[in-house]
Design a protein around this ligand. Structure first.
Ligand code: I3S
Length: 126
């Protein structure tokens, strides 16, 4: 279970498995492909790892290249239109890339929604 620690206005969520689909890159539509990734939120970005939590924490795969999403200038919202799944949030980056994040647990996805929102807000407040 992720540990959430609030420090000032930003929140670090130390990681959880979530379902992710990238639906556009820099404004260009992508074919939706849901995958489960280990997701980490820090003060500036979200990081999606293809590797498991254990592999990430133990640095078992030195060559691993996670996908990083800059949250500065991003917009976070719930969406019911972009997927038939329940509990889906959408992140649109300042470059026009769009990601969907989903969890079966509403509590889990709400925690991520709130934390990502706080991070985006803290970045826009300087
Ligand atoms: O938005 P879409 O295109 O209806 O998303 C569905 C597709 O990605 C589908 O794969 P195909 O492109 O091979 O048909 C997936 O199997 C579905 O899960 C996607 O819809 P949901 O509602 O699950 O996001």
């Amino acid at each position: 279970v992720a540990g959430a620690g609030a420090t000032g206005t930003s929140v670090d969520l130390q990681g959880e498995y979530l379902n992710k689909a990238k639906i556009s890159e820099d404004g260009k539509k992508q074919r939706k492909n849901w995958m489960t990734t280990w997701v980490v939120l820090d003060a500036h970005q979200l990081t999606f790892y293809k590797e498991s939590k254990q592999e990430v924490l133990a640095n078992l795969k030195p060559g691993c290249k996670p996908e990083r999403v800059d949250l500065c200038g991003a917009v976070v919202d719930w969406t019911t239109e972009k997927s038939r799944r329940k509990n889906v949030l959408q992140i649109t980056t300042h470059t026009g890339s769009e990601y969907l994040l989903q969890a079966d647990s509403y509590t889990t996805i709400c925690k991520w929604y709130d934390a990502i929102k706080k991070t985006v807000n803290s970045l826009s407040n300087g």
